[in-house]
Design a protein around this ligand. Structure first.
Ligand code: ADP
Length: 488
């Protein structure tokens, strides 16, 4: 916590064309406290939990576990800071948010390595996607801070107050950015709770926030597991809860705050349909299928986890897909050649294995390439299930791992019906040469985002969110401001 009690992690081979002498030394403290009122503090609970590297089980750091009393301290700090922060000229607020974005950029290499160490994702993804997008999100919302009157013409916009934000482990820093940036731009103060398996980049972000000179208490970061999150949800002085995570916990949160005046946004699970028509550029589509499901080990709520291929090209697409799977490298997240990193936790690995067994027992035909997995750590090879139908549990339920179900279809109406026959409604992909089909499907598919001839592309300017059991409310773009404001 004081910076002297730290370990050095020696990183090699993580950037293309990098000269050996420029290898990085990344510092991770042995122990992290709670970030409350602008400083790191011991938890009143005196409890700490360990965060580990899922690629080898090694302990990376001990992290404070916030009790109800600790959460209360954080909320009080946020409440105290609210008057000052919301009363600042909007332009000033924008400058602080911009500064956070710049500091993320300056520490991008370190953040990318820590994200991959703590969460297991391939360094190529942390470096090229997670960290740059996190910085972009702060840049984007810094720009909105003094333009709210143009965003909502003729309305007087006010912040809600103290926002409690709970984030998952699949995109730890990026989800922190998605939550914090619009809340700050609109003048709210925040208590953020990162996920218990990936707290480290949020704690690095706490250092950045401290270094940005953001007024004390505007952002507080409390680490811990479900009980810490539940304390935040229950706290009577929190005006808004923004949650991204499992549908089960989302429903629990909804029940907990029912009858209170708290505002709520939920970004929950998904079971994205990725639809390949016979007129698609098939090689490009196969790359898209691979990216849609194996990106971040399939720990992606909008993953394209249900593949629908038009019958006339199904054999060809499946054979190309198998060849592509054989070439995927599963292994060390810090190796720049890795395509699929470590599964985030033992618990998640068990869930994925359970679903693979369910898929087999329901009669699905499994295909996994012959790959050598590292001996230690949490690993799962890329997995296809052929011969499945709508009633199979692996087609209906979210697995959150590198497992793809493959179904075929003949007509456009048939595939629309199958794609929409899901409890979720977060994402979909369409691969076709025909613009008219794209427009038709984007209207007919009940999904918050529909990608055309691409998949898993994110941008701060575009709204993201779901229908049905995937939650409600939007993040990103102009829409992302609305959950944090009220009109006078
Ligand atoms: P998963 O099951 O994939 O781990 P969760 O929905 O449990 O996903 O976790 C997402 C986030 O929600 C994490 O930060 C976690 O600590 C938090 N969380 C878990 N249970 C609760 C709860 N009962 N109330 C509030 N937050 C919770």
């Amino acid at each position: 916590m004081d910076g002297t009690d730290s370990q050095e992690v020696f990183i090699s081979n993580w950037e293309y064309d990098q000269a050996p002498e420029s290898q990085d030394h990344i510092k991770i403290d042995k122990r992290y406290g709670l970030f409350i009122d602008g400083k790191f503090e011991e938890p009143k609970s005196k409890k700490y939990f360990q965060t580990t590297d899922p690629a080898n089980g090694k302990v990376l750091a001990k992290v404070a576990e916030a009790s109800e009393t600790d959460v209360d301290r954080a909320v009080k700090a946020a409440r105290k800071a609210f008057k000052k922060w919301s009363g600042l000229p909007a332009k000033e607020r924008g400058k602080y948010i911009f500064r956070i974005a710049r500091l993320i950029q300056e520490r991008a290499r370190e953040l990318a390595v820590i994200e991959s160490l703590d969460g297991g994702k391939p360094i190529r993804e942390s470096r090229d996607i997670d960290i740059p997008l996190a910085a972009n999100h702060f840049f984007y919302y810094a720009g909105w801070a003094d333009k709210l009157e143009y965003a909502f013409p003729g309305r007087k916009v006010k912040p809600l107050g103290v926002a409690g934000q709970i984030i998952p482990w699949n995109f730890p820093l990026l989800m922190a950015a998605w939550k914090l940036a619009p809340a700050l731009a609109t003048g709210n103060t925040v208590v953020l709770k990162p996920a218990e398996t990936t707290p480290l980049t949020a704690l690095k972000l706490a250092e950045i926030i401290r270094d940005s000179d953001l007024p004390n208490g505007v952002v507080n970061i409390v680490t811990g597991a479900g009980e810490t999150g539940a304390s935040l949800v229950r706290h009577p002085d929190v005006d808004k809860i923004a949650f991204t995570g499992s549908t089960a916990v989302g429903k629990f949160i909804r029940k907990t705050i029912a009858g209170t005046s708290k505002k709520l946004t939920l970004e929950l699970g998904g079971k994205g349909a990725n639809i390949i028509f016979e007129d698609a550029a098939l090689d490009q589509a196969v790359e898209g299928i691979v990216n849609a499901i194996f990106f971040n080990q399939g720990h992606v709520c909008c993953a394209g986890s249900r593949l629908f291929v038009q019958e006339s090209v199904a054999d060809l697409v499946i054979s190309k897909l198998k060849i592509r799977l054989n070439s995927l490298f599963v292994g060390d997240p810090l190796d720049k050649n890795t395509d699929i990193g470590a599964i985030n936790s033992k618990k998640q690995l068990e869930t994925i294995r359970k679903y693979i067994e369910i898929g087999k027992s329901e009669g699905g035909q499994i295909y996994q390439p012959d790959c050598t997995l590292p001996k230690k750590g949490n690993w799962c090879p890329p997995t296809l299930f052929l011969g499945v139908s709508q009633s199979h549990r692996i087609v209906q339920e979210e697995i959150f791992g590198p497992v793809l179900t493959v179904q075929t279809f003949r007509t456009i109406d048939e595939v629309i019906e199958k794609a929409n026959n899901s409890p979720y409604g977060l994402s979909a992909g369409v691969w076709t040469d025909k613009g008219s089909k794209i427009f038709h499907l984007t209207k007919k598919l009940k999904a918050g985002v529909v990608w055309a001839n691409t998949y898993n592309k994110f941008d701060a300017t575009s709204p993201f969110g779901g229908y049905k059991e995937s939650g409600f409310g939007r993040e990103g773009g102009l829409h992302g401001l609305k959950p944090y404001i009220k009109f006078e």
